[in-house]
Design a protein around this ligand. Structure first.
Ligand SMILES: CC(C)(COP(=O)(O)OP(=O)(O)OC[C@H]1O[C@@H](n2cnc3c(N)ncnc32)[C@H](O)[C@@H]1OP(=O)(O)O)[C@@H](O)C(=O)NCCC(=O)NCCS
Length: 192
């Protein structure tokens, strides 16, 4: 693990999760077992032991693979995470996001944490392009991404198989370039 990320905002702390984060790992374990939470990520729900999830968390090296938790500042509850896989050859990161507690959705968790996160990603973490794959029809995620400055690069036909129904799903590929981040950053600060 390289230097641990730690960014504070008014309500939240963003930081790399580690295997010793017992409470956060329990929360993550409950999300991984929930088919409704896993559906937009197109992952099958899995009942996993605490140790298995802790080993999964340990597998993020903090260089090319990052699991960045978003925790409540007051109670250290895990509210969501950003998962990143960086291809160093191309300075390209693939991003997956989950705000795990539905009550916390649309309360500005991503909005509040994005400046620090993207500044770090395009700065210290050395990334030039972030790509995200959003299942077609996931309007909250697409809307959020477009507001953050991502643009649609492609509509990929039958890219994924739905883990519950077996149906093939289209994907909207979105991307944010380092060159474009400064503009979106300004817009975000201006409350756009
Ligand atoms: C998509 C998601 C990450 C957004 O995070 P969030 O913290 O709720 O987003 P914020 O509160 O910072 O931003 C709110 C904006 O996101 C979009 N949004 C969020 N929820 C929405 C909803 N239910 N319907 C429409 N737009 C929605 C809107 O643009 C909204 O702005 P508005 O309220 O001014 O209209 C979150 O809803 C989530 O975890 N969803 C399930 C997992 C998922 O879909 N992950 C993405 C897979 S690629």
């Amino acid at each position: 693990m390289h230097e641990m990320l730690q960014i504070e905002t008014a309500r939240f702390v963003q930081r790399h999760l580690k295997p010793s984060d017992t409470k956060a790992i329990e929360t993550l374990r409950s999300w991984l077992a929930d088919p409704i939470r896993m559906a937009p990520l197109n992952l099958p729900a899995r009942e996993l032991d605490h140790d298995v999830v802790a080993r999964y968390v340990a597998g993020f090296d903090g260089r090319d693979r990052h699991l960045v938790g978003i925790l409540g500042k007051d109670d250290s509850m895990l509210l969501g995470y950003r998962l990143l896989e960086i291809n160093r050859l191309h300075a390209r990161a693939t991003l997956h996001v989950l705000i795990g507690d539905p009550v916390m959705r649309r309360t500005g968790v991503l909005a509040e944490t994005m400046i620090g996160f993207y500044d770090w990603l395009f700065g210290e973490a050395g990334v030039n392009k972030i790509v995200g794959d959003i299942v077609a029809g996931n309007e909250p995620a697409l809307d959020r991404a477009l507001k953050s400055g991502f643009v649609v690069e492609a509509h990929l036909k039958q890219e994924l198989r739905d883990q519950n129904t077996g149906r093939f799903l289209d994907v909207v590929r979105v991307a944010l370039l380092k060159d474009d981040w400064m503009n979106s950053r300004q817009n975000t600060l201006a409350g756009y």
